[in-house]
Design a binder for this molecule. Structure first.
Ligand code: VGL
Ligand code: ZN
Length: 212
């Protein structure tokens, strides 16, 4: 099948959280998460603008179950809303928080770290979980003439979905490259994420539509 999408100067590829802690064997492992890395590298070659994100939490982060003496995957009410509690992951400076060693870090113009503030999580590359604090990414992309945001990485139902929904809300045409993502899929979270993305007109595409 020939490529049907030819990225141009107004397109950005957003590569979300390809870090060892989200890979098989990692602290918050996503099944087959490692299979996304070569696809992300191939996709990057098609884009004039590429941004990587890196989940980057201080020790004792509000999203960690251990911080609250709770069980991982429980839900906790925090001042900004309900927070899923995770195993400790992507602790700043730890090996699990690094970018995957096979990920192309030469092509991206920006590596955006998120979730750095102790009391607020940030699944999204655009807006933190308080719904207010912006990372500045939307303004930066607009200043570069970006109109369409293509998302891939981990995890489909959390950081990819939240980033895609916020890209859409910021006015970008937004696409998720489904086969270049993998999901955590806890308690129906993958279906729920796609329902929200479909409702928001975030388009679901496959990497072959770009790679040919
Ligand atoms: C993520 C849960 C917690 C993700 C990050 O990258 O999807 N999920 N932190
Ligand atoms: Zn995290």
């Amino acid at each position: 099948m020939p490529a049907t999408i030819e990225p141009d100067d107004s397109d950005v590829l957003l590569v979300v959280d390809l870090q060892p802690d989200f890979m098989p064997g990692g602290a918050l492992a996503v099944a087959e998460g490692d299979t996304v890395v070569p696809l992300a590298n191939a996709l990057m070659q098609k884009f004039a603008h590429v941004v990587l994100t890196q989940d980057w939490h201080p020790p004792g982060h509000a999203s960690f179950a251990s911080t609250h003496g709770a069980a991982p995957f429980a839900t906790k009410s925090l001042p900004y809303g309900d927070q899923t509690l995770w195993p400790d992951h992507c602790v700043q400076g730890s090996a699990g928080a690094a970018l995957h060693p096979e990920l192309d870090t030469d092509t991206p113009f920006l590596i955006l770290r998120k979730g750095m503030r102790g009391h607020v999580d940030s699944y999204s590359a655009f807006v933190e979980a308080d719904g207010k604090t912006t990372t500045g990414l939307a303004a930066l992309l607009r200043a570069r003439g970006v109109e369409r945001v293509f998302c891939c990485g981990l995890a489909t139902d959390f950081c990819v979905a939240f980033s895609a929904l916020d890209a859409r809300a910021a006015g970008f045409a937004t696409y998720v490259v489904e086969d270049a993502c993998r999901a955590i899929d806890a308690d129906g979270s993958l279906d729920a994420a796609w329902a929200r993305m479909n409702a928001a007109e975030v388009w679901r595409i496959q990497s072959r539509e770009i790679l040919g």
